[in-house]
Design a binder for this molecule. Structure first.
Ligand code: CTP
Ligand code: CA
Length: 222
């Protein structure tokens, strides 16, 4: 049986979503990463698909299932995510929910670093490309660009800076202090910043945050 006909506000649109952490290798057996579960980004991809969009989800390593009806491109490092995002263009909408590693080890050791006598090995880092900022200022920029801002302090001021610096239409800001339980949890308390100001949303299931965000994007697309 066909489900009751629902409005498909994103029919004919291509929505590009990043989700999850990236991981940056140190040597063949070790890497650095972060606490992102991918739940919020995957929920956005699923909501976009339910709204009728063709969805490309570029995801770092996560332990949750692929959302239904979405093309998933799996990556590990920030550089791979950057390349996959640009390879997926053109898109009408980009939602960059991934927790991209800001830095990667300057050199990846080809062999496992051994626990030799003496000091622990020093780690030097180099900065990764800022995928959102690059896309936000690119000639192929999607019509609607959304970023997230993970903050542990001064949430609104930091998010406002990111809105301007990254060329985004919206920044979804959340407080990721450890006691807040956002990382890995099923609920999220966000503030949505745009040129129009700041909208404080109630604490919602990540699926509901995703639904609302997709509705906002659909409205903006017209
Ligand atoms: N982002 C990105 N590429 C990066 C770093 C971040 O695309 N190399 C995106 C994230 O996906 C998110 C937004 O930029 O949508 C903000 O990420 P966040 O880590 O909060 O901001 P940063 O600019 O990295 O600043 P900081 O970590 O110092 O707060
Ligand atoms: Ca960052």
């Amino acid at each position: 049986f066909a489900a009751a006909t629902q409005p498909k506000p994103l029919a004919g649109r291509h929505v590009l979503v990043t989700s999850g952490p990236t991981i940056e290798p140190i040597d063949p057996v070790r890497f650095i990463t972060n606490r992102s579960s991918g739940k919020q980004g995957h929920a956005v991809a699923a909501a976009a698909a339910r709204a009728g969009a063709r969805v490309t989800l570029v995801s770092g390593p996560v332990s949750i299932p692929d959302p239904k009806g979405v093309d998933v491109v799996r990556v590990e490092t920030a550089q791979e995510m950057h390349a996959a995002v640009f390879a997926a263009l053109p898109a009408d909408v980009a939602v960059m929910a991934a927790a991209v590693s800001d830095w990667r080890p300057a050199e990846v050791a080809r062999e496992k670093i051994k626990k030799a006598a003496g000091d622990p090995p020093p780690l030097a880092f180099v900065e990764n490309p800022d995928i959102l900022a690059t896309l936000g200022h690119d000639g192929r920029r999607p019509q609607v660009v959304v970023g997230f801002a993970a903050e542990t302090a001064n949430v609104e001021a930091n998010a406002a800076r990111k809105l301007a610096a990254k060329g985004a239409d919206y920044i979804v800001a959340n407080d990721v202090s450890l006691q807040g339980g956002v990382f890995g949890g099923d609920r999220n308390s966000v503030r949505v910043l745009s040129a129009a100001g700041i909208d404080v949303w109630p604490t919602l299931a990540k699926d509901e945050v995703a639904e609302r965000l997709i509705a906002l994007i659909a409205e903006r697309l017209g």
